[in-house]
Design a protein around this ligand. Structure first.
Ligand code: NDP
Length: 299
């Protein structure tokens, strides 16, 4: 096993581990053990959110993992996210003060003094969107979040921050995989020093959120495989999941112990230029896990 310990710079002070452990759809009951096991398997980045309703248990898993692996808090990169409110669901949009209060609630539930990255989960903040960003700037100024960013933001939302003369996010966490590559958004982010963090990297797998009734589970059409990824993975002697995860800064979620190990065992191969070109040609444009225009999604 070759644990992949690559990091990427996030801002002048912070580096982010390329592979993080995702915890969406992991219950409060399961999260402690899952996060503990992830740390013992070499994961050094844990991703949660207020809206996943598992922060207490994730925090307990971080403490257990750190203690058992003989690590320090500084060795683990922790991300959580503001639930900004969503008018389409009848929710109040958080203002600046409520944003800071929500952050303090997350910190308390996690049982931490600081997080490494705090994100606005989605650009649904409407008239409060910029005030929510001002709240994050204040949290960073206080040193309670080492870096701050956004998630699911398009160029339009990032431009809004720029036009207000505010510092830009350190990162934008977005759905990224060969079927959803967002080249224009990525180019804009690169130009503006905003790091991409990929979620739902495994979406092209036939088994991805395959259980019926799961939130934003795959449609039958999306389960059909053309065999290209399988052939490419066989060439490198890895699984299709490992191939997909070798592609960027990613956050695989798995409750299956063998898959959890496999998803960070990425150091033993490099995707060659021809295959990178083939992967580039697979873009289908749209997202699967999250569609900003669709208010029925719950993540
Ligand atoms: P992933 O791309 O991580 O895929 C998870 C699914 O793939 C699960 O069904 C899992 O099942 C399965 N799986 C995991 N590893 C393997 C493997 N090696 N082989 C085959 N199947 C595998 O999806 P997520 O949508 O969970 O995204 C990852 C993380 O990103 C989230 O957990 C969350 O932290 C973050 N995220 C952020 C969002 C945002 O809006 N900011 C939106 C969505 C996700 P099993 O557990 O049974 O292995």
């Amino acid at each position: 096993m070759t644990v992949y310990q690559q990091t990427f710079p996030l801002n002048r002070e912070t580096a982010i581990p390329a592979v993080g452990f995702g915890t969406y759809l992991i219950s409060q009951e399961d999260a402690k053990e899952a996060v503990r096991a992830a740390i013992l398997n070499g994961y050094r980045h844990i991703d949660t959110a207020e809206v996943y309703e598992n922060e207490e248990s994730v925090g307990a898993g971080i403490r257990a993992g750190i203690a058992e692996a003989g690590l320090a808090r500084e060795d683990i990169f922790v991300t959580t996210k503001l639930w900004q409110g969503h008018a389409a669901w009848g929710q109040k949009l958080k203002n600046e003060e409520e944003t800071v209060a929500a952050f303090n609630g997350s910190l308390e539930r996690l049982g931490l003094d600081y997080v490494d990255l705090y994100l606005i989960h989605a650009p649904h903040g409407g008239a409060e969107r910029l005030n929510q960003w001002r709240g994050l700037l204040e949290i960073k100024r206080l040193g309670k979040a080492r870096s701050i960013g956004v998630s699911n933001y398009s160029e339009k939302h990032l431009e809004e921050i720029k036009a207000a003369g505010l510092p830009l996010p350190d990162a934008n966490q977005i759905e990224l995989h060969p079927w959803s590559q967002k080249p224009e958004l990525l180019a804009y982010m690169k130009e503006n020093g905003i790091a991409p963090i990929a979620y739902s990297s495994l979406a092209p797998l036939s088994t991805w959120r395959a259980q019926p009734g799961q939130d934003s589970a795959k449609t039958e059409a999306m389960k059909i495989s053309d065999g290209v990824l399988a052939a490419m993975a066989a060439k490198y002697g890895v699984t299709e999941a490992q191939l997909l995860l070798r592609w960027g800064a990613v956050l695989p979620k798995s409750l299956n112990p063998e898959r959890m190990r496999q998803n960070i065992d990425l150091g033993g191969f490099v995707i060659d230029a021809a295959d990178l070109a083939s992967l580039k040609a697979m873009d289908r444009g749209d997202g699967i896990a999250w569609s900003i225009g669709d208010p029925t999604h719950t993540d």
